[in-house]
Design a protein around this ligand. Structure first.
Ligand SMILES: Nc1ncnc2c1ncn2[C@@H]1O[C@H](COP(=O)(O)OP(=O)(O)OP(=O)(O)O)[C@@H](O)[C@H]1O
Ligand SMILES: [Mg+2]
Length: 469
C-alpha cells in the first residue's frame, strides 16, 4: 500500500522493547529511539515527529510530562502511550491530555499495524475537514456585487426582506448569474446564519442517488449501502439546504421532498422511523420550471411549494452597469491570489467588456479577468489584450447591424452582420500587426490579394491609409 511515511520516535528504557518496535515499525516510516526523557527531547529538537510511542515510567522523568510538552509544541503529533497493565489508569489520563491511544506492553505486531492505519485515517479525515472548511470559508467570504441599477437594486431589496422569513425561496437565473452566491447571502443575513448551510447539486448526482443524498439511508438499505449515511436534509437541520438544479430531481424523490416541505418529516431509506426536521429550503434552477411542470417533468404541487418566494437573477447583459464594479472586484481578487501588483483595465478595454453579451454571465467574466491577470504583467490591461472572441460582437456591433440592415429595403441581416463581423475582425488583426498587410493575411489564413480586395470592399482602406505591405 502506498501511503505517506511517518517519522516515528519510540521512547522506552527497555532495550529489547525498542528493538522489537524497530522491527515491527520498519515499514511504517523512519524510526528513531530514545531511552530517556532527556534523549527524547534532544531528538525532538532536531526533528519533528508525526508519531511517538511513549513509555510512562522513564529513568529520568515521567512520560506524561513529556506528553504535555509535545502536545504544546507540536499539537499535530500523535502520541501513543506504552504502559504496563497495572498503569492503565494513568494511560487513560494520558488520553485526556491529548494522547491518541495507549498500548499495553503485551501488544502484538498486528495491534500496532491497526493502530497506525487508524492514525492515517484520522489524519486523512482531518485534512479533508480542513479542506472543506477552507472551501466553505472561500465561498462564504465572497463579496456579492449588487449595484445601483434597477434590477440589482430590486434584488438587494428582496434579499433583505427574504432573509428574515422562514419561507422557501426559488432562485431562477441562467448559469453563472450568482444563484449560489445569492443563496449563501440569504442564509448569512438570516437568523439561521450560525446554523449549517448545506448544498446539494442535484444535476451532478446520478438520478438513483439523489434520494439517498437528500434523505440518507440505513446500513443495508440497498446494494452498496455498506454504512449508514445521513442525508443532506438531516445535516442541514436547523439551517438552510441549498437545492441546486431542483428541476433535475427524479419523480419518486419529488414526492418525498413534497412531503418534507408539507410536514417537515423524513425517513431515511431503509428505515421506518420518522425524523422531524427544521430546514429552510432555497432552491435554484436555470430552467423554466413552469414549462417543466407543463411537460410533466416536475410536480405542480412541488413547484408551488418551492416557489413561495421567487427571485429572478437577471443575466449579466441586463445589468451591464455592474460590470465595472465586478471587474474591479475580480482584478483585486486575482492580483491578490497570484501575488501580483494591482492592475486595472483601460477605458477602451472596459468598454469592450461592457459591450460583450456574456452568455456565461458573471462566471465567464470572472474567468476572463482571472486569465488576464494570470498572463499579463503590466499595470493597465489594454483593449488589445482582450481575447478576440470578446471584442467582435459586442452590442455596439449589433446595434450597427440593426441600423444598417434597417436602412436596406429588404433588411438583409445576415449579410450585413457577416460584413460587419469581417470588417471588425480584419480591423482588429491589422491593429495587432501594426497595419502590416502581409502578416494580417497570414494570420487570417487568406491570400494577400483577397485581403486587399476585402479592405477595399469593406471600406477599411480609408481608415488605414498608411498600410505597410
Ligand atoms: N453579484 C456577484 N458579485 C460577485 N461575484 C459574483 C456575483 N454573482 C456571481 N459571482 C461569481 O460568479 C461565479 C458564479 O456564481 P454562482 O456559482 O453563484 O453562479 P450560479 O448561478 O450558481 O451558476 P450555475 O448555474 O452555473 O451553478 C462565482 O465565482 C461567484 O462568486
Ligand atoms: Mg450554481
Amino acid at each position: 500500500m502506498s501511503r505517506t511515511h511517518f517519522n516515528i520516535l519510540v521512547v522506552d528504557d527497555d532495550r529489547s522493547l525498542l528493538s522489537t518496535m524497530e522491527i515491527i515499525l520498519k515499514d511504517h516510516g523512519k524510526i528513531s529511539v530514545a531511552n530517556s526523557v532527556t534523549q527524547a527531547r534532544e531528538i525532538l529538537q532536531k526533528q519533528p515527529m508525526q508519531l511517538i510511542f511513549l513509555d510512562i515510567l522513564l529513568p529520568d522523568g515521567n512520560g506524561l510530562e513529556l506528553l504535555k510538552e509535545i502536545k504544546e509544541s507540536h499539537p499535530a503529533t500523535e502520541v501513543v502511550m506504552l504502559t504496563a497493565i497495572k498503569e492503565i489508569d494513568r494511560a487513560v489520563d494520558a488520553i485526556k491530555n491529548g494522547a491518541h491511544d495507549y498500548l499495553t506492553k503485551d501488544f502484538s505486531p498486528e495491534e500496532i499495524h491497526i493502530l497506525i492505519d487508524k492514525i492515517h485515517q484520522k489524519q486523512r479525515q482531518q485534512r479533508e475537514l480542513t479542506f472543506l472548511r477552507s472551501e466553505v470559508a472561500e465561498m462564504t467570504n465572497k463579496e456579492m456585487i449588487l449595484g445601483d441599477g434597477p434590477k440589482s437594486r430590486e434584488i438587494r431589496e428582496l434579499l433583505a426582506k427574504v432573509a428574515n422569513l422562514p419561507a422557501s425561496v426559488l432562485i431562477e437565473g441562467e448559469s453563472g448569474t450568482g444563484k449560489e452566491l445569492l443563496a449563501r447571502a440569504i442564509h448569512s443575513q438570516s437568523p439561521l446564519r450560525e446554523a449549517p448551510f448545506i448544498t446539494i447539486h442535484v444535476a451532478s448526482l446520478p438520478s438513483n442517488l439523489v434520494e439517498s443524498a437528500l434523505f440518507g439511508h440505513e446500513k443495508g438499505a440497498f446494494t452498496g449501502a455498506t454504512q449508514q449515511r445521513l442525508g443532506k436534509l438531516e445535516l442541514a437541520d436547523g439551517g438552510t439546504l441549498f437545492l441546486d438544479e431542483v428541476g433535475e430531481i427524479p419523480e419518486d424523490t419529488q414526492i418525498k421532498l413534497l412531503r418534507f416541505l408539507q410536514e417537515g418529516e423524513i425517513e431515511r431509506i431503509g428505515s421506518n422511523r420518522t425524523i422531524k426536521l427544521n430546514v429552510r429550503i432555497i432552491a435554484a434552477t436555470n430552467r423554466d420550471l413552469l414549462q417543466l411542470v407543463k411537460q410533466g417533468g416536475l410536480r405542480q404541487d412541488l413547484f408551488y411549494r418551492l416557489n413561495t418566494i421567487p427571485i429572478k437573477l437577471p443575466p449579466l447583459r441586463e445589468r451591464r452597469e455592474d460590470i465595472t464594479a465586478l471587474v474591479n472586484l475580480f482584478l483585486k481578487r486575482y492580483c491578490n491570489n497570484f501575488g501580483k501588483n494591482p492592475m486595472c483595465l483601460s477605458n477602451t478595454a472596459l468598454k469592450t467588456l461592457i459591450a460583450y453579451p456574456w452568455p456565461g454571465n458573471i462566471r465567464e467574466l470572472e474567468h476572463l479577468v482571472e486569465r488576464l491577470v494570470a498572463i499579463h504583467d503590466k499595470e493597465s490591461i489594454d483593449e488589445l489584450d482582450i481575447p478576440l472572441e470578446y471584442t467582435l460582437m459586442g452590442t455596439e456591433a449589433l446595434d450597427e447591424i440593426e441600423q444598417q440592415a434597417g436602412k436596406q429595403a429588404n433588411g438583409d441581416y445576415l449579410k450585413t452582420a457577416t460584413a460587419i463581423f469581417e470588417r471588425n475582425l480584419i480591423d482588429k488583426v491589422l491593429q495587432k500587426t501594426g497595419g502590416n498587410r502581409t502578416k494580417t493575411a497570414k494570420q487570417l489564413g487568406i491570400p494577400l490579394s483577397t485581403l486587399k480586395f476585402k479592405l477595399q470592399k469593406l471600406g477599411i482602406k480609408k481608415k488605414h491609409k498608411e498600410l505597410a505591405e
